[in-house]
Design a binder for this molecule. Structure first.
Ligand code: LLP
Length: 406
């Protein structure tokens, strides 16, 4: 299953041509995942806004844009990238807890669909920006539905006490204020309960709370058009598909027939299965009772194992020899937390062998850094059964110092 889209012979050619470490994405998997979303949600005909934070590579974003998807951006930089990738401004939404006045102005000048604001102070800032530009700002509020998504605490976002969103009570006051403003137009309401969520139940619960709130607001004279249920649908690590059908049933069960346009913000479930991180074994060694494989990728390339304890399956590219053993797969960064996998079961690879780290298409490259002055990895897109192209060149030592001044 794992190697169907990432054939060993092709991965070897990519490593030879582009070097390692390299992120390798499959166009076919990315498009298949988009198709699965469209199919599962066809009765609702929602607007899909791809969460660019999961993977903002221009080549992948351009694929999503060509499929008619919009973008969920969380910074001025992501908005800039979204425009470069070809997303249509009326399909772009802007989320995030700390948008600056400059970012809000940029969004209004661009003519995006709406801003998902997260506090009353932000709404006032948005109003000021709209007044300055003599326009009306399309406003949505991120609501905190207080549901438990059962995921890692760092990516749980819809519980009271998290920094995200506003309470329903607060939101009601803000919408009533916005409805009176010459420069604000309340158009939507949103929630995002967390990431790597595997059960549809918390979505159904949050959606019911959102729908009831929107209905109640309408009876006070504020009619919204959009119900945005965020992203966060999970991926089984190592699988090449994430099935959005259970999520679709939960969301459609609440919003079908309401006349509201549903918006989704999927990121990981589209991009994670689409990518592997290809790395080469540099050395082998034993430390105490452990076998270590020291590879040329490290926590600066893929921080998820260190930060969230994420378990990405690692496979030898091509056949192995001898019995399987357990290996800790570690990088060259000077930290004990620098590991890509702990206790991965592999046949013994010789130095120089390639390893593929799966489910690395989301929050891999986009969270990478130059820590330890390691130039960031290259990115490659597989475009056909045996064809690929470079979509981001490997950074150089010169790139490391390019922005610095004496
Ligand atoms: N919409 C909003 C407002 C979000 O905050 C996020 C993710 C998404 C959509 C997309 O969620 P997705 O479908 O990708 O789960 N770095 C972490 C994940 C952080 C997610 C942050 N927000 C990780 O590597 O697991």
């Amino acid at each position: 299953m794992l190697s169907r889209y990432f054939k060993p012979s092709l991965l070897k050619r990519i490593a030879a041509g582009a070097g390692t470490p390299v992120y390798v994405y499959s166009r076919a998997v990315f498009l298949r995942q988009i198709a699965a979303y469209k199919k599962a949600f066809r009765s609702l005909d929602p607007l899909f806004c791809y969460a660019m934070k999961s993977n903002s590579s221009r080549a992948l974003c351009a694929l999503a844009a060509r499929e008619g998807w919009g973008a969920d951006v969380v910074s001025g930089g992501e908005l800039y990238r979204a425009l470069k990738a070809g997303f249509a401004p009326p399909k772009i939404i802007f989320s995030g807890v700390g948008k600056t006045p400059e970012e809000l102005e940029f969004a209004l000048k661009t003519g995006i669909l709406f801003v998902n604001a997260e506090s009353f102070e932000e709404v006032l800032e948005l109003e000021r920006a709209a007044a300055k530009l003599k326009t009306r700002a399309p406003l949505s509020l991120r609501l905190n539905p207080d549901v438990e998504p059962h995921t890692h605490k760092y990516i749980t976002t819809g519980r009271l006490g998290s920094k995200f969103g506003v309470t329903f009570e607060e939101a009601r006051k803000i919408y009533l204020y916005a409805a009176e403003s010459d420069y604000l137009e309340p158009v939507g309401a949103q929630f995002h309960i967390g990431s790597q969520v595997h059960s549809p139940a918390p979505y159904a619960l949050a959606a019911r709370r959102l729908a009831a709130f929107i209905l109640q607001l309408a009876s006070s004279g504020v009619r919204l058009k959009y119900a945005d249920v965020g992203g966060g649908w999970g991926v089984k690590e190592g699988s090449e598909m994430s099935d959005p059908a259970p999520l679709a049933r939960a969301v459609a069960g609440v919003f079908s027939g309401t006349g509201l346009r549903v918006i989704l913000e999927p990121g990981r479930s589209v991009s994670a299965p689409s990518g592997v991180l290809l790395t080469r074994v540099v050395y082998r060694k034993r430390g105490g009772h452990k076998n270590f494989l020291i590879v040329d990728a490290a926590m600066n390339d893929l921080i998820r194992p260190a930060l969230y304890g994420a378990r990405h399956p690692v496979a030898l590219v091509g056949p192995g020899r001898g019995p399987e053993k357990l290996y800790d797969i570690v990088g060259a960064v000077c930290e004990t937390g620098d590991f890509l996998a702990e206790g991965a079961r592999l046949r013994e690879p010789a130095a120089g062998r390639l390893l593929a780290v799966y489910s690395a298409g989301a929050y891999g490259f986009s969270m990478s850094s130059q820590y330890n002055s390691r130039p960031r990895a290259a990115e490659v897109l597989i475009t056909g059964p045996s064809s690929w192209r470079l979509i981001r060149r490997r950074e150089t030592y010169k790139d490391l110092v390019a922005a610095e001044m004496k």
